[in-house]
Structure formats: C-alpha cells, structure tokens
Design a protein around this ligand. Structure first.
Ligand code: PLP
Length: 406
C-alpha cells in the first residue's frame, strides 16, 4: 500500500519524465515556437507541376499527372498497378468492394488503427470484428488470431462461417502501424488456410519493406494514403495497389463513376463512385515522389537519433522496426513501461508545455460509440499498448538529411 502511494510521485516511478523532455529538446530545433508531429516538405518541383496544371487547364479528374503518378507509384512499390483516388478511406472502401465484401459479412480489423479502416468496413454495411495487436509490430498478432479463428471459424462451401454469429467471415485487414510492417507471412498463411481475403492498409507504410519487399504485395489489394500528414502528400489522396490486372481495371472503373470509355457518350454500367484523384493533386504527388528517397532518409536519420538518445533509457523504449522489416518510420513512437496511462498523460502534458507536439495512440476502435457493439475476442494487448504509446515529432526535415529551401 505504501509503495503504491509513493508511486503517485513522478520521481518514484522509474521514469524521469523531465529528462525525456530535455532529451527531446536536444534533438528538436530550438528556434521554433513549437514542433509539430508531422510537417510536409515541399522543396522540389511541386510549384512547377502545379503551375503546369493551371497553365494547361488540366486541373480535374483527367490529365497527364494522374497516370504518371500511378506509374511512379507502381514502379516505386514494385506493384503491377496503382489506381489513384481522392483519399485513403476511398481506397479502402473500393478495395473492400473489389474483394467482394457484402452487407453482413464480417471483416477482421485491428482495434489499434485509425478510424478510416473501420469506417470503410461500415460503408460496405459489413460487420467489423476487432482483433488484438502484438508488441513486436504494433499490428495484428498472427498467433492469437489463429487461436481465435480455430475456435470460431467453420469452413463451408459458402465460405468461412463464424459459428457464434452465423455470419460469413470474408476478409482480414492488416495495418502497418506508424509505418512498421506487421508479420505478413504468417498472416497470409492464415488467410489462405481460413479462406479469407487479405487487404493491407498500407496508408502509413509507403517506403516500408517486409523481408526486402515493399508492403502491399501480400494482400489481394493494398491501399495508400497521401493525406497532409503522411510520408508523401497530394493534399488529399490515396491509391489502391494490386498485382492483379483485372482488379486494377475494376478499381479504375468503379472509382470513375463506372463510365465506359467513349469519345463523347456518357454511359455508365453500374453504380460507381466519384473517387478519381484530380490532376492538380496528382501533380503534387509526382513532385513528392521524386523526393521520396530523400524524405525516407530524413525520417530514418531522425529515428536513428531518437534510438541513440533513448537506448537503455530506464522506463521506456524508442519503438524500432521489427527484425524482418525496414520501416519508413512515418510516425515515431516511445513505448513506456508503465501501464496505467498516468505517465503517458504526464508526458503528453510536459511535452506540450515545452512546445513539442506529441500524441497518444488512437482511441481503440472497439471503444468508440459507433463501433462498441461489434464483436471481438480478447484485446488486452492493444489496450496495454494504447496506454503506453506516445508519438513524437517525425517530420523528415528534423533528420537533418534533407535541405528545406522553403
Ligand atoms: C491515413 C490513414 C488512412 C486513410 O486516410 P485518408 O485521410 O482518408 O487518406 C487509412 N488508414 C490508416 C491507418 C491511416 O493512417
């Protein structure tokens, strides 16, 4: 009892929080009023390409930058095809439709993710079933999921049925948290064994590799996001990645209002979506992709500095890429040992007071009012991780490897 009371004091809980803030201050620029979590960097040909759109009048859903952006993305990721869309959420929605997810199907999703992953499942009127995370990757735990599926799944000619709910389990979405790849091999095996489609939410992992291959290759489909806070930004944007030419053609059709190609006629053959990325945004994306290696180098350099400073630090670790991965370190994270959430909250407070903008993990999906009634098994690891994570500034310019003329 007495020990517990003593532990209420910052100084006695094994982690010197003011020391952490001082260490962060050493790494981050002192001349700035405040350091944001993630800032885009426009130092390349962004102005030229956007001006070209304005000069030529190609600003909207047709224009040369869109297909160029798609080709550049396919080349960089090593995927056969990339289809550019208005944002990552639209890409997820489209990917689920293309995987054949129907109303009342169950889709397995991590509870530790950004809300868009689950929103897209609900756009299909499907039912999310939340799965737990593992500490090694911050992503879906393949061992635990296998155990769970062995208990609830029954293989049948109609597909995999959840024997508790009677619904079909159609797909698994994995998410590469903060850019760190999940353990894809066992998860792909699991999906094959249980007849599930694997979809990779790679919104955070452009430039992240699993066993030497870019993330996105393990799923039937994968999605990227180019929101303002992502590694590469188009203002708003996203893409569907696939190695399946048919699926890519379907994605392109569905996201361009299902309009049949024709020189003048407007003919649509199904209910489509107006999800195509405008040329103006794609122009920004083309310029950003030219600098992607530099942006990644900046982020890795920053992560290396954090890793150096916090190596052996009592009470916390700097989260580093799993041994099978090369991460883009999109969003850097400290992982506290203490599990109550109290140190985390205090650290958030102290860093914000010092002008260092930090953030806790997302509220877990199964705790949100619109999702709390959906099914799940044990989620104790995700709950534990969510109380211990603190994201710290991650802009590539902070790594010092990138010059920012603007
Ligand atoms: C950013 C993000 C998305 C997509 O977000 P948009 O803002 O719609 O581009 C989806 N999933 C995750 C995990 C993300 O981080």
């Amino acid at each position: 009892m007495e020990l517990k009371i003593k532990n209420m004091n910052d100084k006695n809980i094994g982690l010197d929080l003011r020391g952490v803030v001082a260490a962060l201050k050493q790494i981050l620029p002192a001349d700035k009023e405040s350091v944001p979590l993630h800032e885009p960097l426009f130092g390349g040909r962004e102005w030229d390409y956007v001006k070209e759109c304005l000069d030529t009048g190609w600003v909207s859903s047709a224009g040369p930058f869109v297909s160029r952006f798609e080709e550049d993305l396919a080349r960089f990721t090593g995927m056969k095809r990339a289809v550019a869309v208005v944002n990552g959420t639209a890409a997820l929605h489209t990917a689920l439709l293309l995987a054949g997810v129907k109303a009342e199907d169950e889709v397995l999703v991590p509870t530790l993710t950004f809300v868009a992953t689950v929103n897209a499942v609900r756009y299909c009127q499907a039912v999310p079933r939340f799965v737990d995370a593992e500490e090694r990757t911050l992503g879906v735990d393949p061992v635990k999921l296998r155990r769970e599926l062995a208990q609830i799944a029954r293989l049948s000619p109609e597909g995999t049925i959840n024997r508790r709910t009677g619904r079909r389990i159609k797909a698994l979405i994995v998410m590469h948290t903060f850019g760190h790849p999940v353990d894809l091999d066992p998860l792909r095996d699991l999906c094959a064994e249980f007849g599930l489609d694997l979809i990779e939410d790679a919104a955070e992992s452009l430039g992240s590799y699993y066993k030497g291959v870019h993330t996105g290759h393990w799923g039937k489909l994968a999605v990227l996001s180019f929101n303002g806070n992502k590694t590469v930004t188009t203002g708003g944007g996203g893409a569907i990645l696939t190695d399946d030419e048919n699926l890519a053609d379907r994605a392109q059709h569905l996201t361009t209002t299902a309009k049949q190609p024709h020189p003048w006629a407007y003919r649509h053959d199904e209910v489509g979506y107006n999800y195509r990325l405008p040329n103006l945004n794609a122009a920004l994306g083309c310029a950003q992709l030219e600098r992607l290696p530099e942006l990644l180098a900046g982020k890795r350099a920053l992560a290396a500095r954090y890793a150096g400073v916090f190596s052996g630090w009592p009470g916390l670790t700097f989260f580093s890429e799993p041994e099978f991965a090369r991460s883009n370190y999109w969003l850097n994270a400290l992982l506290l040992e203490e599990d109550s959430g109290r140190q985390r909250d205090r650290l958030l407070e102290l860093t914000h007071q010092a002008g260092i903008l930090t953030r806790p993990a997302w509220d877990l999906m199964h705790t949100l009012p619109m999702f709390e009634h959906f099914p799940h098994g044990d989620l104790s690891k995700a709950e534990n991780l969510a109380r211990r994570l603190v994201n710290i500034p991650s802009s590539p310019a902070l790594g010092g490897a990138v010059s920012d003329p603007g």
